[in-house]
Ligand binder design. Structure first.
Ligand code: MTE
Length: 387
């Protein structure tokens, strides 16, 4: 992890060395690009923008866009003109389409409040460590996404009976020999009434970091399903098998131990999110001046609903129900709180575990896998309570 100050020093060095000021200026209206890490975000990678939300910000029902994590596998498009941008729909369809932003705006708009979580969120807690960005708690956010339903676009194009999967291709600038970010989802999820071609986030046009002018929004599924800077939709007769589908974003079918060789044919594509909760405050390692402590956090479960969140203030010996906030929506996280009076001064381990409507409960230890996907172990923070 690098600090914001070092990051900015690094950016100005790169700009001076390469004259790369132009792409930055092309997006000058997007202030969050000019100062990545603004608003206290953790800069996980400077080469591509990868920003994590600090845990203490995970306390609002809707995550403000400047505090919403950013995950980029490669460079963001350096220029994108809303007037000349086009979205094509081709492949196994009767009538290939080319649509402008104005065409999308003419279609019925649908809004979905969705918790978007990166499959690698929590990877930094996997033991032993695995390669990849060491996200901790904050590669997750909850936003209101708006735009036409993908189903309506597919209906206009007329999917042939051979159309079984829907592929998304974004306009990322691909460095060197890196394969482009292309992924696909099954036709059943693509035609679900909540799967969108989102043009809005929190009631404003998508920002550059989050995929302007349009992205797919595949609710309840890992963030990678929701392709940013979308330019091409292609209906396929089978699952797309490029790098970001295989070997990327796959989970072993059988339990594996660190060091085991995993046969890619004995893995499956990661789709829906796990049940998970995190403690937002107090933050790990904090010293608390009062014995009256307000625990707060969020809990989510992908396509399922949160049934309950339990809190332990004695390192897991006993558990009590947390209070779930009234705000709720399918695919969205629940805010939770727990008011606790520490019996005396001292060191405490606070824990939170969620259970969902499918009966899944967070485990003590997450299922280890070579890419560190879907980490959802019971969250814990250590605090010191002063007298
Ligand atoms: N879409 C494109 N075109 N390029 C990307 O690198 N990253 C994916 C997804 N869509 C990505 C993408 C991943 S891994 C995640 S977790 C989400 O975008 C993150 O969305 P956000 O940056 O809006 O939070």
């Amino acid at each position: 992890m690098i600090s914001r100050r070092n990051f900015l020093r690094g950016v100005s060095g790169v700009v001076a060395a390469t004259g790369a000021i132009r792409p930055l200026l092309a997006w000058a209206t997007d202030s969050s690009l000019l100062i990545p890490g603004e608003d206290g975000m953790i800069v996980r990678s400077a080469r591509f923008f990868d920003l994590e939300t600090p845990p203490e910000f995970l306390t609002s029902w809707i995550t403000p866009v400047p505090r919403f994590f950013v995950r980029n596998h490669m460079h963001e498009p350096s220029t994108l003109d809303a007037d000349s941008w086009r979205l094509t729909i081709s492949g196994e369809v009767e009538k290939p389409l080319t649509l402008s932003l104005a065409d999308l705006a003419r279609l019925e708009k649908h809004t979905v409040t969705n918790t978007l979580e990166c499959a690698g969120n929590g990877r930094g807690f996997q033991q032993p460590h695995v390669p990849g960005i060491h996200w901790q708690k904050g590669a997750v956010g909850n936003a209101r996404f708006g735009g036409p339903r993908l189903r309506d676009l597919l209906q206009r194009a007329g999917v042939k009976p051979t159309g079984k999967h829907v592929m998304f291709h974004g306009l990322d600038e691909v460095p060197g020999k890196v394969p482009p970010f292309i992924r696909s989802i099954p036709i059943e999820k693509a035609t679900d009434g909540d799967t969108l071609i989102a043009t809005q986030m929190n009631d404003a046009p998508l920002s550059k970091h989050h995929g302007f002018p349009a992205r797919s929004l595949v609710p309840g599924w890992i963030g990678a399903a929701s392709c940013k800077w979308l330019s091409e939709i292609k209906v396929l007769d089978k699952e797309f098998d490029g790098n970001f589908m295989k070997p990327g974003y796959r989970f072993p079918n059988q339990p594996v131990k660190p060091g085991d060789a995993v046969n890619p044919d004995d893995t499956h594509v990661v789709t829906a999110l796990n049940v998970k909760s995190v403690i937002a405050t107090p933050v790990d390692g904090s010293t608390l001046k009062s014995r009256s402590i307000h625990l707060q956090g969020v809990a989510w479960a992908g396509e399922a609903d949160i049934a309950r969140v339990e809190v332990s203030t004695d390192a897991g010996a006993t558990w009590k129900l947390a209070r779930l906030d009234h705000e709720q929506a399918k695919y969205a996280w629940r805010l939770w709180t727990y008011a606790w009076k520490a019996p005396k001064a001292g060191d405490y381990t606070l824990m939170a575990r969620a259970t969902d409507s499918q009966g899944r409960t967070q485990p003590e230890t997450a299922v280890w896998n070579p890419s560190g996907y879907l980490y959802n172990a019971i969250d814990r923070v250590k605090v010191h309570v002063q007298a």
